[in-house]
Ligand binder design. Structure first.
Ligand SMILES: [Zn+2]
Length: 181
């Protein structure tokens, strides 16, 4: 094949490629960030609740990811995962860091002003305080199954007072499949 013929073939290929349209089954931003929160939750060792969180800025860049777990240096095998123990020192509650706290403390940016946090479960009152103080202005949650409990009612009271917007994300599909092949 001489050179002019080569060039002609190349331009023909380009013309064919340019008529291709984009994929239609890609995931949207909101679905993507919520899926990242759910993927992070897979890292949790908590036998009863696995929660994940993902903090995103206005440019759709991820600034922090977290899941519920014990603080650094507090061994997963030494600290308790139980709930209804006679002594509170033997249950998880005094020790576990929630996903939201970890996502905020793991941030790779100077501040989280005007960011959005995606969470698999509506934040408790302690995380609501941290979210508000961090400058996050929007909470996107999937489950609100504990809404009747006082600590979650307190969260909403604080979010309302502080002007933090919150809304429930309803996914288009209930699964996203990840294949390594
Ligand atoms: Zn919390």
């Amino acid at each position: 094949m001489d050179l002019p013929e080569k060039i002609e073939n190349l331009s023909l290929n380009n013309a064919q490629n340019s008529t291709q349209t984009k994929r239609e089954d890609y995931i949207g931003w909101k679905e993507y960030f919520m899926a990242i929160a759910f993927l992070a939750a897979k890292r949790s060792k908590d036998p009863s609740y696995q929660v994940g969180a993902c903090v995103v800025n206005k440019e759709n860049k991820i600034l922090g990811i977290g899941y519920n777990g014990f603080p650094i240096g507090c061994n997963d095998d030494d600290f308790p995962w139980g709930k209804n123990t006679p002594s509170p020192l033997d249950s998880k509650f005094l020790y576990v860091c929630h996903a939201e706290m970890n996502a905020i403390l793991n941030k790779n940016s100077a501040d989280l002003n005007n960011c959005t946090i995606y969470v698999s479960l509506f934040p408790c009152n302690e995380c609501a305080k941290i979210i508000i103080q961090s400058g996050i202005r929007e909470v996107v949650y999937l489950s609100d199954e504990k809404a009747h409990k006082p600590m979650y009612i307190a969260s909403k009271k604080m979010f309302d007072a502080a002007g933090v917007n919150y809304w429930q994300f309803i996914p288009k599909n209930d699964t996203i499949v990840i294949k390594f092949t």
